[in-house]
Design a protein around this ligand. Structure first.
Ligand code: NI
Length: 137
């Protein structure tokens, strides 16, 4: 059977502060600028979740996108939407909440939950102009 990649886009809003507690305030300010604001700031994030697999003979689907939506909702969106990445998100504990680290955290919670399809790509949009991609390597 042919293998096809299917993608579901999800949205969430969350706050963060990009800050490395091991560096001085001056160094943090120099490295992270506005994103180091001690009083937090937010983004309207978009997460594109792509899974690959063979087309199921019986359904014609690789994975029912409604089922993929439920998985992403439970594993990611319910934990991050209207939350603070620095303070409230279990899978981000101990890492600086840059888009790079957030996308890797999302991968770790999603990858085990999409079988028999395989998670092949996550694209996390932090702004309409900035996004990061991760393919699990
Ligand atoms: Ni930011």
């Amino acid at each position: 059977m042919p293998e096809v990649t299917v993608t579901r886009r999800m949205h969430f809003n969350a706050a963060h502060r990009v800050h490395n507690p091991e560096l001085s305030d001056e160094e943090n300010e120099r490295l992270f600028g506005k994103c180091n604001n001690p009083n937090w700031h937010g983004h309207n994030y978009m997460l594109d979740v792509s899974v690959t697999g063979q087309i199921d003979d019986r359904t014609g689907y690789v994975m029912d996108l409604a089922a993929l939506k439920r998985v992403v909702q439970e594993a990611v969106i319910d934990k991050v939407d209207h939350r603070n990445f620095n303070l409230e998100v279990d899978f981000m504990r101990g890492v600086i909440p840059t888009a790079e680290n957030i996308v890797v955290g999302c991968w770790r919670v999603l990858a085990p939950r999409v079988a028999p399809a395989r998670l092949v790509r996550l694209v996390l949009w932090e702004t309409p102009n900035n996004y990061v991609e991760y393919e699990g390597r």
